[in-house]
Design a protein around this ligand. Structure first.
Ligand code: NAD
Length: 294
């Protein structure tokens, strides 16, 4: 399939590489030109603007930071909705506000263009391995047509409902991950302060009910004081702000999300916004003056 791919950051670049490996023809663009070289070397057509990517394609994919970026590319500044072939479809894989997904889909529908929102979970390692989990919103026939494209980047591809349902599901994912990391940091710090080695706490409980993918990935990072992203605190703040907006619209109670969002905002103001979200531990370390060790 001939595919336009816009947004080649931490996630987009390895995802695009997996599409090339699966035999798709890619036309790529990122406003950071440095990221394009590796894809060009792998066989993609490097484009000098987003409008150039959509020439003659069957599908347009975006992997951008947030709603304003996707709106800017599709509707406002680059206006790809006007420029892309009307026979092509649009799949946004960014994690954005579901309200924005529905607005963009409604605008595209005026041109007869179908859209899926298909955010992912799994982070950079799974983007590289091609084992991401996709949560998708949109029409079933459009989903069935493009599922094989998503399967070239992910090992789980689930249709969750109409357009916007993918991003609602992603917000659920982001709440669960944020609260989980905060609970892990809180417990490890408390355990060490009560005199038990953090490594022993991890080893003893990781196989029980408290064990989780979050624990296996983030506890070693916390004990190593390794906060290289991964997934940046600032991006998680973006997601939790989207949770707050979505919850407000339907009056859903989210006290745990609000609490962890406040903790992340404090870290952002302290200059830790570019750290991995496992740096929620720093919130506790700053309060107690004690650093978690092995
Ligand atoms: P990133 O900041 O590394 O990449 C975003 C890319 O978009 C950058 O290379 C940037 O130059 C480019 N960009 C921004 N505006 C542009 C524009 N107008 N035109 C062209 N390019 C533009 O972010 P990322 O970590 O790759 O995340 C992308 C999305 O995936 C986000 O919505 C994020 O929440 C989500 N996500 C990230 C992870 C993760 O672990 N990093 C995991 C799951 C989901």
């Amino acid at each position: 399939m001939k595919i336009a791919f816009i947004g080649l950051g931490i996630m987009g670049k390895p995802m695009a590489l997996n599409l090339i490996k699966a035999g798709h023809q890619l036309r790529v663009y990122d406003r950071n030109a440095a990221t394009i070289a590796e894809l060009k070397a792998a066989g993609a057509t490097a484009c000098s603007c987003s409008a150039e990517t959509v020439e003659g394609v069957d599908l347009v994919l975006t992997m951008l930071p947030n709603s304003p970026h996707v709106k800017s590319v599709m509707l406002e500044d680059d206006k790809l909705a006007e420029k892309m072939p009307k026979t092509a479809a649009f799949i946004d894989m960014s994690s954005i506000n579901p309200v924005a997904s529905r607005e963009i889909a409604a605008e595209l529908a005026k041109y007869g263009i179908d859209m899926l929102d298909a955010p992912v979970s799994g982070g950079q390692p799974k983007a590289i391995d091609g084992t991401l989990s996709f949560m998708v919103g949109g029409k079933e026939e459009v989903f069935n047509k493009f599922k094989p494209v998503l399967e070239a980047m992910g090992s789980s591809v689930v249709l969750c409902g109409d357009v916007g349902a993918g991003n609602v599901t992603k917000l659920c994912n982001q709440t669960i991950v944020a609260v989980n990391i905060a609970a892990l940091a809180e417990a490890m710090q408390m355990g060490q302060m009560c005199g038990v080695e953090p490594q022993k706490i991890f080893e003893a409980i990781k196989g029980g009910l408290a064990g989780s993918t979050v624990m296996n990935a983030k506890a070693p990072m916390m004990m190593d004081q390794n906060f290289q992203p991964g997934f940046r605190i600032d991006l998680h703040i973006k997601d939790l702000n989207n949770v707050v907006d979505a919850a407000k619209a339907v009056d859903a109670p989210i006290p745990l999300t609000q609490q962890v969002l406040e903790m992340m905002k404090i870290l952002h103001h302290d200059g830790d916004g570019s750290c991995d979200h496992s740096a929620l531990l720093k919130y506790y370390q700053k309060l107690t003056g004690e650093v978690l060790h092995h």
